[in-house]
Design a protein around this ligand. Sequence first.
Ligand code: NDP
Length: 688
Amino acid sequence: MLDTGRTARRLESYVQGAWRAGQGEGKPLANAATGEVHAYIGSDGLDFAGALDWGREVGGKALRQYTIHERALMLKEIGLKLMEMKDEFHAESLATGATARDAWPDIDGGIGTMLTFASKARRELPNAKVIPEGAVEGLSRDGSFVGQHILVPMQGVAIHINAFNFPVWGMLEKIAPALIAGMPCLVKPASATAYLSELVVRRILEMGILPDGALQIICGGVGDLLDHVTGQDIVTFTGSATTGRKLKSHPAIVENSVRFTMEADSLNAAILGPDAAPGTPEFDLFIKEVHREMTAKAGQKCTAIRRVLVPKAHEQAVIEALSERLGKTPLGLPDDANARMSALASLGDRDGVREKIAEIAREAEIVFGDPAKVALVSGDAEKGAFLNPVLLRCADPMNASAPHDIEAFGPVATVMAYEGLDQAIEMAMMGKGSLVSSVFTNDPDVAAELVIGVAPFHGRVMLGNRDSAKSSTGHGAPLAPLVHGGPGRAGGGEEMGGMRGVKHFMMRTAVQGTPRLLSAVTGEWVAGAPAEQGTHPFRKSLAELSIGDQLVTERRVITEEDVEHFANFTGDTFYAHMDSDAAKANPFFDDRVAHGYLIASFAAGLFVQPDPGPVLANYGVDNLRFLTPVYFGDSLQVQLTCKQINPREGTIYGEVRWDCRVTNQNDEVVAEYDVLTMVAKSWPLPQE
Ligand code: NDP
């Protein structure tokens, strides 16, 4: 139910270890759909510099005591608990003008994004405080000087200045990677919908899972906060290009080279392929998607479709089909089941959108909807920020600027016809950089030409066709494993993108030195670093195993019978193993060679210790390369070294990565790879 008659809440900020209200009553925040005062906001008198210090000194230091997996597990626990509380967030979300369908990507999507980060981090990053990145680079002939990149958390505060339209997702998709990286966060939600962000932060802090100082929130203006940023802080901004530019050029940000990520407005396009004529599934999907993107969250989405690019031949059909669908979009209160769309976030937003429509209409005609009139199934058109969808058509899009430049942040889009794919690409680029475009086609050539043509101007391009009609996540949804952001007008930032998102909050440092010292820094064995031979390393549990524990095996001679047997047994009778003349004709071989997989199998036969023991399973190999051909009579030996130990939190095992090097009688490396195993933390296994 909407909150008629409830007492408006004074929002507080959580800074320096306590919830604090700013001075005075605060500024009233209206319920978007009813106009009633829902909350009061204000942060006057707070110590913003103190909040930053608290984050750095208390939050950052505490977070850095934990490993990446430990931090990710905190977020998993928080995410699961937030899921249980989501009804409370959905109830609060009604005040933002979001219907249940609108709120789902914000609330459930935001928590889901946090959980995805928590899970991917434990799968893809080491359970360590330092992330080694990429291969070890040899920097000297004798191997005594090598280099590698490492990532460590920045020691400042991640300041997230967020937009009003996704008060939950916009916050969680940023704090999740930052906290996993080990950076404390200070969230500044947009005032208009800060009550929902504040509620979620309250619930998170009440859980007592995060160390103090790891998460702070400022509800209201940020005062002199940015005057106190240092080169170790990171600022992420989502909102208007004007504010973004202003903040990006703040003297302290410029002087201290503060990492600043900006995600601003964007005139995203949906492009209908020439093959997608009326009557095709792609045409119908296109209409459905444009309609959805115009009406979801009343068009107040950074990824919403603003420009509808269609082949000239299908322009009229698109306008008719869209108009028909928009005409069946009842507008009303967010909790009214009969309403398909609800209010904008504020009356001010509605005025702004109307002004923008008028500006676009100087170069386009309105073909559906009257921006001045509001038709509702429920609610009050004067008090609530309702606006019916408006569709425009621009007759001369290649010579127009307003439809490509002016973002009406509401249920508004402009249809523009193109002639030929080159023109479609040029038109998409006239948005000067967007977060996302979608291409609807069933023709692979059209897909390739359009995507490659528009990609330099987009952070994401979605292809829509009949085969993904049911499975597609849609044009508008940024996804945790994929990047979100866009060049140029879209702000030039990049968020999420899987573990890239975590690394945005870390410092990448190139470390150079001897293998022994590099190994000490990264916690991973590096070829050339000291190794310890003794007890077979497969007899050691994680408690006993150390980086550098090594086994050098006996030798095994490869015979023609071995190769024939393997070929006939497996069915791999490729000529290079079976036919001497054919093998000799091959530029890589002097004669018949052993199968690469035979070498890997014999290597396992050489290094394995067969008795039941702490090595529980082999789950694969990484980076397998066969480097030198193996001929009959060659004698192989394996050097297996413990390279990385990754204990899994909350389980009885961990992952161990072994450096495996197979050499021949001339000490030439014939095969090289990482063997991946699960090893028990203690042996014998604990009794249940
Ligand atoms: P703003 O740029 O005004 O606000 C964005 C954020 O910046 C808010 O948290 C705002 O806080 C904060 N902010 C504003 N001024 C300052 C300042 N001087 N110092 C520090 N923080 C500041 O954008 P709006 O939210 O009003 O949205 C306006 C337009 O932004 C939309 O019409 C749309 O074009 C675009 N937009 C783009 C989005 C995207 O995802 N790309 C999302 C939402 C909007 P406060 O609210 O307290 O002023």
